[in-house]
Structures are given as structure tokens and as C-alpha cells.
Design a protein around this ligand. Sequence first.
Ligand code: C2E
Ligand code: MG
Ligand code: MG
Length: 282
Amino acid sequence: MRLPAALCRGPARRTGVPGAARRAPAHERMLQHELRHALARDQFHLVYQPICSVEDGATRSFEALLRWEHPSLGSIEPQRFIGLAEDSGLILDIGDWVFRAAADECLRLRRGSASEVRVGVNVTQMQLASRPTTQLWVRYLHDIGLPCEAMTLEITERTVSRWPERVADHLAQLADSGLRISIDDFGTGYSNLAMLAQLRPHSLKLDASLVQGLAACERSRTIAHAVVSMAHRLHMQVVAEGIELPAQARISRELGCDLGQGWWYSRPLSPAQLPRRLAAAA
Ligand code: C2E
Ligand code: MG
Ligand code: MG
């Protein structure tokens, strides 16, 4: 089942990270070289975007998003370097740092006033294929005293549709440990519905290209409505991504989405801004 890109002309895709092996052009090789040092040189940080109830706007969780501040190249978007990090294998170390930093932040927030808040991190197939990595995550959560259910792993639908059995096994083990699974950018790849039965994710994130087409395209609304019905019957929550306008928030709510994420609710925030955001929504 291929969702609406083919049906309605929507905004260009923003997300999705190419990871296929190939000979990189010179500027990518330069970036890859710089990437090797970025972790040791403390050039990464995380920002956190609220994921909110579409009913009352209250913040329920945050998505951790990676930022790379290079001293001379400036701020480099994840879409420019995550694929390079995968090609070089650096994603294992970088992704590990992301997971731990996000878990530490979640623990800080829970020890503050938000005892039930969750934090999601984006993970790639290569990370999930590595058993030591996934085992270390669970151990880390136990060590710091954060319940596994506080952390969500966001996996893009594209990744899921072509993964090997081994990855599915590791992911099932992580889910058994209590980590939550979310299918990111749903509706942009070849939606692998059998995967939903096998994997039992906790939530689906409707891709921004679908959400941003809702107001103008009846067929998009019909498809989104069908996806929401299916998700709810499978006991999954639905997050509408990329909500920029009040009309998109309203239609997402009318279609039955549970949660919304996008600039209409909030831009990604620094860690220092999070307690205030949670207090405002309380
Ligand atoms: P994603 O996981 O789908 O994250 C949502 C992206 O949409 C973020 O871009 C966010 O800043 C952006 N966004 C949120 N609301 C709006 C909106 O209303 N309008 C628009 N136009 N954009 C919005 P960002 O931070 O540039 O990340 C892009 C992608 O890079 C992410 O897409 C994710 O696939 C990947 N990524 C980010 N951080 C990580 C990470 O730590 N690890 C991995 N493996 N991938 C990451
Ligand atoms: Mg995501
Ligand atoms: Mg997404």
C-alpha cells in the first residue's frame, strides 16, 4: 500500500535519510571526515520537540533530535549527516550517545514535576542490527533507574520494510523489555502492513507530507482516516507530524489522531526550556 504522495501533490519531503553505500562526492567525504571527530570534540547536542495531545495541547512526550554544531561549517542538519554516519558505521557510537543523553534528560524531567513524560529517539537499522548496542541500552536504563517504558524508539517505515530477520528479533527483545516502538514517517514508504502485525508498535507517526496535504485533499483525508481507524483497532496511538497550521491541527483532531507534533505546537526546544514547557501545559 503506497500512501498519498502518489495521490495528492503535497509539500516536498523533509525527512528520510539515505543510507545506501556508494562513492561519496568530495564534500561528503570531507563531512564524513569531520564527523569522525564530532563526538570526541563535543560538537553534538540534542533538542527536544514536544509531542502534544490534539485535544488540549498538553505535552505528553518529546522527540530528541540531533544537532551538529561545527566550529567553521556551522549548524549541520541531521539529514545531511545521518546517512554518512550510517555509511561509515559511526552511527553506532553517535546513536549510543543520543540514546544515553536522551535517557538522562528523561530521568531529569521525571525527577522534576513530570513523572510520566516520555522521550523518543530516532534509531537506524544498523543500530538495531547490533545486539550489543540494544542490550547496552536496556542495561543503561536499569543502571540509571529509568523504566524502559519511558523511552520510545522511532524507526522509519522505510527502514522497517526492508530489514532482516535479525533486526526484527532485536527489536522484539527491546519491546519485551518494555521500550516503546513507534513507526516514523508512516505513509511515505511501501507501508508494510504485515510488519504491523509482527512488530506490534505502540504508535504510528503520520508523515508530515500526508498531514500537510489534509486541508486541500479529500483523498488524503480518506486515507488518513483509514490509517487512524486501523491503528486504533490495533491499539496504537497516532501522531500527526509536521503540523504547522491551526487547520492541520483541527483536521488531525477530527480524523481521530491522538497526538500532534509540529511548529504549531512548538519548535524543538533546548533542555533548559523543557520544564517550563511541561509546567505551561499542566
Ligand atoms: P523525524 O524523525 O521525522 O523528525 C521530525 C523532523 O521534522 C525534525 O527535523 C523536526 O525538526 C522537523 N519538524 C518538526 N515539526 C515540523 C513542522 O511543523 N514543519 C517542518 N517543516 N518540519 C518540522 P530534523 O531535526 O531536521 O530531523 C530530520 C530527520 O533526521 C528526522 O526526521 C530523523 O529521521 C533524522 N534524525 C534526527 N535526529 C536523529 C538522531 O538522533 N538519530 C537518527 N538516526 N536520525 C535522526
Ligand atoms: Mg522521528
Ligand atoms: Mg518523522
